[in-house]
Ligand binder design. Structure first.
Ligand code: C2O
Ligand code: CU
Length: 463
């Protein structure tokens, strides 16, 4: 892996401008000056996590909780996160999954920084410019680290509308205050949006659902919301499983995919949708007078029950599976011609991994670190065709960029779906477009992190 980038002439919005010299990727950092508006300290350490049921799970945590403290900022704010590592014998980093930070803040051990050794620390700084739902996780031995609990949610709220006044700024947030034992949120007042992160994760062998920073519920979490309240659920699949989500008891919309609003998101009733491992959907609805069930994997006992009070849960949604690539409306933007075209053929095969033959997950017949990707130039429009010839689903995750879905299995997308984690099922072919607008060296991989560890990981670099 090269640790230095040779930046030649490159395009910017203003045309070609030369860049002289050689810049290490570690120099491509967020704003070095300026007071951070949101500051957090995350300490990675082992802890016993107590689920809402009382069950104890030995986990790897940020600040003693799983998920770690939610990092929440307003659009335009400078975020500063100090990572401290108190994990005996384990390197830790913070990767901002789906948040397209400058390369030097991307938190990939061995690529954009060295892993933070036990006792060490690293300070990440980035401007929160893109509102939406994201998450963060350690990116050293990430399959094991994420499975054990080293992750949390990241939310960027839109800047206040004119007249709304400045957002309240707290100079030092104490993230990770011990959460209460209750998994039930306080009732909201009608009018205000009831806005929550919902993460689904198998923790210590137990399927759990966590709402915001409350302790994970074993199976079904509970949320109290008054009738008439607009609700936004930011659902994230944080482990290696592809999830089926359904919402019953109210019509709903999939208002955002991977942190980007989905134009033309129409109201659906009883529909279900597949969520890629690592992907996010924002589901929105207005709270009715009776309970609403967010079911995971069609189960009545896994997910989230949103309730205005006592009352029976509806059965899980059982409607057709909705394909987000043909769900919105308004068509795709004019892109112009592609500067580069790349094909990733995903498959399984025998390959040498760490010096030993293994049944690996391959891209174009190769495994990490031999998978090649052409060097891109800033400003390039790159077309990526992904064809899955294997039997596994591969949630592909390019770092540092969102890609625009052009088509899935030959069917053009009906609205712009900007994704950072798209689920390529067996036999499927996806065409996506990527604008090279974030210089650096970027890891990309399958977000079934067990597949990533078995070869399906590569990098792409800017000239
Ligand atoms: Cu969420 Cu490279 O990962
Ligand atoms: Cu995979």
């Amino acid at each position: 892996i090269p640790d230095r980038l040779d930046l030649g002439a490159h395009h910017s919005g203003q045309g070609v401008r030369p860049v002289t010299g050689t810049r290490p990727v570690t120099d491509l950092r967020g704003p070095a000056t300026g007071a951070a508006v949101r500051r957090f300290t995350l300490t990675a350490r082992p802890a016993t996590v107590i689920l809402a049921s009382g069950r104890r799970v030995e986990a790897w945590t940020f600040n003693g909780t799983v998920p770690g403290p939610t990092i929440r900022a307003r659009q335009g704010e400078l975020v500063e996160v100090r990572l401290r590592n108190a994990m005996p014998g384990l390197g830790v980093t913070l990767h901002w999954h789906g948040y397209d930070v400058p390369a030097g803040e991307d938190g990939v051990a061995g690529v954009t920084q060295d892993a933070v050794r036990p006792g060490g620390e690293f300070v990440y700084r980035f401007l929160a410019e893109d509102p939406g739902s994201y998450w963060y996780h350690s990116h050293d031995l990430s399959d094991q680290a994420v499975r054990m609990g080293l992750y949390g949610m990241l939310v960027v709220d839109p800047a206040p509308a004119p007249g709304e006044g400045p957002a309240e700024a707290s100079p030092e947030e104490t993230a990770g205050e011990p959460a209460g034992a209750s998994a039930e949120a306080p009732a909201t007042s009608p009018g205000a949006v009831s806005d929550h992160t919902v993460s689904v994760h198998v923790l210590g062998g137990v399927p759990t659902t966590a709402v915001d920073d409350r302790p994970p519920a074993e199976g079904l979490a509970l949320l109290r919301v008054s009738p008439g309240t607009p609700v936004r659920l930011r659902v994230t699949g944080t482990d290696n499983a592809r999830r089926t989500l359904g919402l019953s008891g109210a019509p709903y919309r999939i208002s955002a995919v991977d942190g980007r609003d989905l134009p033309g998101a129409r109201e659906v009733t009883g529909a279900r949708v597949r969520l890629a491992a690592g992907g996010r959907y924002d589901l929105t609805f207005t709270m009715p007078a009776a309970p609403v069930l967010l079911s995971v994997d069609d189960r009545a006992d896994l997910g989230l029950l949103v309730t205005p009070g006592p009352g029976a849960a509806p059965p899980p949604a059982a409607g057709p599976l909705l394909d987000v690539t043909v769900y919105g409306s308004g068509g795709l933007p004019e892109l112009g011609s592609f500067d580069r075209e790349v094909t990733w053929v995903l498959d399984r095969g025998l390959a040498m991994l760490d010096g030993a033959p293994a049944l690996a997950h391959t891209v174009n017949g190769e495994v990490w670190p031999d998978i090649s990707f052409p060097v891109v130039r800033e400003g390039d429009l790159v077309k990526i065709t992904v064809a899955n010839r294997g039997r596994d689903t591969h949630p592909m995750h390019p770092h540092g960029h969102h890609v625009l879905v052009l088509s899935r299995n030959g069917v053009p997308a009906t609205a712009p779906v900007w994704t950072d984690t798209f689920d390529v099922g067996p036999g499927e072919v996806w065409e996506v477009a990527m604008r090279a607008d974030n210089p650096g060296i970027w890891m990309s991989h399958c977000h079934d992190l067990s597949h990533a560890a078995l070869g399906m990981t590569f990098h792409f670099a800017y000239e």
